[in-house]
Design a protein around this ligand. Sequence first.
Ligand SMILES: Nc1ncnc2c1ncn2[C@@H]1O[C@H](COP(=O)(O)OP(=O)(O)OP(=O)(O)O)[C@@H](O)[C@H]1O
Length: 503
Amino acid sequence: MEEIAVKVAVRIRPLLPKEILHNHQVCVRIVPNTQQVVIGKDRAFTFDFVFGQKSSQEDVYSACVKPLVISAIEGYNATVFAYGQTGSGKTYTIGGGHIASFSDELKGIIPRAIHEIFRNITEHHNTDFHVKVSYIEVYKEELRDLLELQSTSKDIHIREDEKGNTVIIGAKECEIETPDEMLSLLEAGNAARHTGTTQMNEHSSRSHAIFTIYLNQKQPKNGQPSNTDEEHIIKESERSFQLISSKFCFVDLAGSERVTKTGNTGERFKESVQINSGLLALGNVISALGDPKRKSIHVPYRDTKITRLLKDSLGGNAKTVMIACISPSSSNFDESLNTLKYANRARDIRNKPIVNYDPDWDRIDEMELQIKTLREALQNQQTSLLSRASQVSQDSLCQDKKRIHSLEEQVAHLQMESYHYKHCIDEALHFFWEFGDANSLKEGQWQKMKEWFNMIEELQNELPDLFGADSGFGNGGPDSHHITIFQLKRELKKCQVSAVYFW
Ligand SMILES: Nc1ncnc2c1ncn2[C@@H]1O[C@H](COP(=O)(O)OP(=O)(O)OP(=O)(O)O)[C@@H](O)[C@H]1O
């Protein structure tokens, strides 16, 4: 996995009207055509990007943030965070505050990124995007949902998933369809954020704010042509997809401040203490991560909420840009020098960005494929069962035919035998009639003769077909044999018809 450094930009804001009024001197400058900032006479620092007093919002956005938007669309997590002394221009740069009152030119990073993200979404015809947004703040070490103000800090928790991603549980995630919807949530969240007036800044942010855009994309796996390409239309059920989930965090940190200088008392003083301790903890995390022996050093992420929230952005799997904001005024020399040192340490942090494929989706994809294969196997089995059954029916029909044929032969044989016996009986009968009248027979012989005649009569009644209905002992003969064969053929026909009906 490739390691890349956290990129650090420095932005020097212009002198403010009141600073000009008080004749403040400028103590910071940029060395032309370099990425160097010099503070005082000769303290020089090199950064990835440097922006002077004349740099526009668009300059900052397109150099530092636009590449991160592209990365987020590709599936990387991205973070941009603004750090600096109170009143140095963090909220202005990030795009907080009352954004609707700004002209397009003055709009900060978040509104620009929102438009860029939606522009990219409309260009990716092949991909289904689901966009969500959450907006929370850490105020006096408590989490607050800026999109659901009635929820309490106890409802929101910070967790880490199995991949080391920071997950905010319990914060409202709003589904978004258009850039305007997202901008109005940003505006509403900005308005709900804790701000206050201090001597250093009329609209000072008293909290760390994190605006997160979640991008879930369902896209065809590599190598599959687009369905907009008419020659390659693939059935939806046959396409295989991958799900990529990334997030883009925009972090506006509360400003570091010297309590003596701000003149804060009461609630503002308590806020200052919390803000400074959070930023100190963040400084410790940055120092630990930038330490060459960092693998053996404990990184104190768990010390504060803001360090826990930024864990995957600092030393994790995100692509991260830090924008250090400084005031040019010599009255803020010490704070600006501190910010430059702090920012310089952040350049040593190495992250390991990865594209966030959703393994659950891969499993679903795999299961869908298995179901498809099983369905096909089941269908094949049904077809082969049917053909086997029809083979069986053909076989049994053949067997029936054979059985009927052998029965026919048996019946013909019996018919011939019975015809032969009948012939013998007829012969015997004629012989007895010729033999003489009853008087020539003895009593016993006459009795036997009568019994014999009765037996022949009974047989005639029982087997009329054999003896023939119209004659004494009938003339059954070969005709009755044909009748039986005809009946058997009829039975055979019935068998054939019922076999065809059954299958
Ligand atoms: N690059 C800039 N160009 C013009 N004005 C700027 C610039 N940066 C900051 N300002 C102005 O400076 C003032 C302080 O800026 P901002 O509120 O953004 O500071 P901050 O660092 O967020 O302060 P805090 O930490 O107290 O919230 C604002 O009036 C803002 O409009």
